[in-house]
Design a protein around this ligand. Structure first.
Ligand code: 13P
Length: 325
């Protein structure tokens, strides 16, 4: 059995990255309906089968994050999803948080839930074939936000989640996402991302989380999507790398970005430009959801005859991201 450090290194090295296919039932249902596909258990299963059976995916994808329902479903050939991934040389991950809920005392802000019973759930996911996990915290930038209480509540939960995963044998992907929603500037995003990451690493230290056995999944430092002044690719890349250098210890093996609502091409360009920002102490890679699978879903639209084209659309993004890094 591989150690946590070996698994973390496998996830981020050899020019590969992680694919996030762990949309909750609610989110996946609205994405399917958005392309005219009925949101049923079976259609969610079929769509996930399309994703994981994409030819040669293992050349650019090291791990796929699954949702609880997919973890328990089977491919049409009868294999479980984790078994099929293992056959392809791809690690199976599991999203273990239960979603972001309104935080008491902080109107408009959320805290991610899912700690109750997590030790037992981790044990079950290990028995089903998972080797890593994911927990996403969301931080909003707005007037007076984020509040310190929202930041601290979220990083506390992330650190307790990470500790429980490591205790049970899963590598935690630690995802504090500063959202792109709003009209904030690049500088504001940098300031908030820096503060969140500093607080996060203090809390991980307090909870005795081993940093060489995690993967950090942050946002890129970008301007809010409604900000009238949008920075160029090089500026986003340099600002993101500067922020991470200021905050992320070198014992973390790798940083795998979320795409957060950037277009697939923009996310790839930013990732590529970051590789030219000088010597880095960690691997910098991708753990995109929408920026990897979005074009495939748009192409497929539930049509049997579009299956192969949709897989090609995913392949194009996966190969482009592997090349970018
Ligand atoms: P996006 O790349 O679509 O932001 O998704 C990544 C993810 O895993 C969100 O939790």
């Amino acid at each position: 059995m591989s150690t946590l450090t070996e698994i973390a290194n496998t996830l981020v090295s050899n020019r590969r990255g992680v694919l996030a296919a762990d949309e909750s039932i609610g989110t996946m249902s609205s994405r399917l309906e958005g392309v005219g596909v009925k949101a049923t258990d079976e259609n969610r299963r079929v769509y996930r089968e399309l994703i994981v059976t994409t030819p040669d995916l293992a050349e650019s994808i090291s791990g796929i994050i699954l949702a609880d329902d997919t973890m328990r479903q089977k491919l049409s050939d009868g294999r479980s999803f984790p078994d099929a991934l293992a056959d392809m040389g791809i690690l199976a991950g599991i999203k273990v948080d239960t979603g972001a809920k309104p935080l008491a005392g902080a109107p408009g802000e959320k805290v991610t839930e899912g700690l109750d019973g997590l030790r037992e759930r981790v044990a079950e996911y290990v028995s089903l074939g998972a080797t890593f996990a994911k927990w996403r915290a969301v931080i909003t930038i707005s007037k007076g936000q984020p509040t310190e209480r929202a930041v601290r509540a979220n990083v506390h939960a992330l650190a307790r989640y990470a500790g429980l995963c490591q205790e049970g044998g899963l590598v935690p992907i630690v995802e504090p996402e500063v959202l792109m929603d709003g009209d904030h500037s690049l500088a504001q995003c940098q300031q908030v991302t820096r503060a969140v990451l500093r607080t996060l690493f203090d809390e991980l230290d307090l909870m005795q989380v081993k940093l060489d056995g995690i993967v950090l999944k942050p946002n890129m430092v970008v301007a809010g999507k409604d900000c009238p002044e949008q920075p160029g690719v090089e500026e986003v890349a340099q600002t993101t790398v500067d922020t991470l250098r200021d905050t992320v210890p070198s014992s973390v093996p790798g940083i795998a970005f979320l795409s957060g609502g950037q277009s697939p091409e923009t996310a790839t360009r930013h990732l590529g430009a970051m590789q030219n920002c000088g010597e880095l102490p960690w691997e910098l890679t991708y753990s995109f959801g929408r920026a990897l699978v979005g074009p495939a879903l748009e192409t497929w639209r539930g049509e049997e005859g579009k299956w192969k084209d949709a897989q090609r659309a995913l392949s194009v993004r996966a190969v482009a991201n592997a090349a970018a890094r």
